[in-house]
Design a protein around this ligand. Structure first.
Ligand SMILES: [Mg+2]
Length: 382
C-alpha cells in the first residue's frame, strides 16, 4: 500500500511458476483495510494456483460461486487480480495488453485533468489554476465547485459555485471541455436548479447529479435539462446499470475499471452497453498501474470518450512508483500509446517504500475537501 494525503493505492504483484510477474492496483474509496482483507481471503481461495489466462472462471468464482452479491469490495479485489493477470498475459505473449483486447481503435487516448483545483473556492484562485491545466496541454478538466453541499444549495452558495465556474470558463476559453462533478450531492429539484444555473457555461456533462441509485431523480432531471448526464463510478456490477440504461437517462458511463472486475469486466461492459448507444468515460483515481490498465482498455474500446487523470496535479510523485507510467502528451492532451508488453509498467519498490500508508481519506462533505490535504480519523480499536 502506498499512501498519499487523501488516497491510498493498493498494489498487488503476482508471480507465476514461470517467473513472470504482473501488477494490479486499486484505489479504494476509503475502505483500504477492507479491500486488503478481501484480497487476502479471495486471493488465497481463487488466485493462487490458477492459470492467469482463465479470467472468465476467476470472475465467475468471485461473482457467482462466492454466493454473496458482488459489490464494491469484491469487485475491486477481483479487479486487482484481473489487471495483474492481464499484465502477465501480455508479457507471456509479448504484446501490449490493448493488442489482446481487440487491437488499436485509436492512436492516442483523450485525457482530462482532475485534482487540479486545490485552492480556496474563489473565482480568481480557481481561474488561475484552470489556466495551468490548459498550459499543461490538457483539453479538458473536471471540477466540483459546490463545496461541502449536501442535498441543497443556499442562494449564496449557488451564486458562489456559478461564479467559480464562470471564472474557469473565462480562463480556458469556449472550446475547452469543462466537466461538472456533482458527487451525488443533490436532490432532483436542487440538481435541476444547478443544471439551469450552469447552462451558459456549457459543461460537457453533469456527473452524478443525484445519488447514484436515485433512478427517479435522474428521470426527473433528464426531462428538465438538455445537458448530457454522466454516472457510474459507484456502480460495481453491470446489472446495477441496466435500469438506468433502459430508462435512457445516461449519456456517459463512468464505471471505474478497478471497481468493476478489472479489464475483463470493462470489456464485457463496453460490448453490451454499445447496444444502448452511449459512450464510456472511465473513472480513474488510480496511480500509474490502474491508470495503465484503464489506458490499455481505452486504446481498444470503440465507444470510449475520454479518460480521467489525477497524477499531473494531485500527488504527481505517484507516477514515480513505476517506470513507464502513462503520460499525457502536452502537445495534444492525450495519453500516448503504450507499446511495451503487458501493461508496460514496472514497480519501483524504493519509491513505494518512501510513501507508506497514511490512512488518509477523502471527505467530500467537509469544507475544504478540494485542497486534498491529509484527513484521517482512522484509529485502530484493537
Ligand atoms: Mg465523480
Amino acid at each position: 500500500m502506498v499512501g498519499a494525503p487523501w488516497r491510498e493505492l493498493t498494489i498487488i504483484q503476482v508471480t507465476t511458476d514461470e517467473g513472470i510477474t504482473g501488477l494490479g492496483e486499486v484505489r479504494m474509496v476509503n475502505k483500504t483495510e477492507t479491500l486488503v482483507a478481501a484480497i487476502g481471503e479471495l486471493g488465497n481461495r481463487y488466485l493462487i494456483g490458477m492459470d492467469p489466462f482463465d479470467l472468465n472462471k476467476l470472475a465467475w468464482n468471485i461473482q457467482f460461486a462466492e454466493y454473496g452479491i458482488p459489490g464494491e469490495v469484491g469487485q475491486s479485489a477481483l479487479a486487482a487480480f484481473d489487471i495483474a493477470c492481464w499484465d502477465i498475459i501480455g508479457k507471456k505473449t509479448n504484446q501490449p495488453v490493448w493488442k489482446l483486447l481487440g487491437g488499436k481503435f485509436r492512436d492516442k487516448v483523450p485525457a482530462y485533468a482532475n485534482g487540479w483545483y486545490q485552492g480556496d473556492r474563489d473565482p480568481k484562485i480557481i481561474g488561475d489554476l484552470a489556466k495551468k491545466v490548459k498550459a499543461r496541454g490538457y483539453t479538458g478538466l473536471k471540477i466540483d465547485p459546490f463545496g461541502a453541499a449536501s442535498a441543497e444549495l443556499s442562494n449564496e452558495e449557488r451564486r458562489r459555485s456559478v461564479s467559480v465556474l464562470e471564472a474557469v470558463r473565462e480562463a480556458v476559453g469556449e472550446d475547452f471541455n469543462i466537466f461538472l462533478e456533482m458527487h451525488g450531492r443533490f436532490t432532483a429539484s436542487s440538481a435541476m436548479l444547478v443544471a439551469k444555473d450552469v447552462e451558459h457555461i456549457n459543461p460537457g456533462w453533469l456527473e452524478e447529479p443525484v445519488l447514484p441509485m436515485d433512478l427517479h431523480g435522474m428521470k426527473t432531471l433528464r426531462q428538465n435539462t438538455h445537458l448530457p448526464i454522466a454516472t457510474g463510478e459507484r456502480i460495481h456490477h453491470s446489472q446495477e446499470l441496466i435500469p438506468f440504461l433502459e430508462a435512457g437517462v445516461i449519456d456517459i458511463i463512468q464505471i471505474d475499471l478497478t471497481h468493476h472486475a478489472g479489464i475483463t469486466g470493462m470489456q464485457k461492459l463496453a460490448g453490451w452497453s454499445d447496444a444502448y448507444n452511449v459512450v464510456l468515460a472511465p473513472h480513474n483515481v488510480c496511480g500509474p498501474i490502474g491508470t495503465a490498465a484503464a489506458l490499455h482498455f481505452s486504446v481498444a474500446a470503440p465507444n470510449l470518450k475520454v479518460l480521467e487523470h489525477f497524477n499531473d496535479f494531485a500527488d504527481p510523485w505517484v507516477s514515480e512508483i513505476v517506470t513507464g507510467a502513462p503520460y499525457v502528451d502536452p502537445a495534444d492532451g492525450c495519453f500516448e500509446l503504450p507499446t511495451a508488453p503487458g501493461l508496460g509498467v514496472e514497480l519501483n519498490r524504493e519509491v513505494c517504500e518512501a510513501h507508506p500508508r497514511t490512512f488518509g481519506r477523502l471527505d467530500l462533505f467537509s469544507e475544504g475537501w478540494e485542497k486534498r490535504t491529509f484527513v484521517s480519523n482512522y484509529e485502530k480499536k484493537s
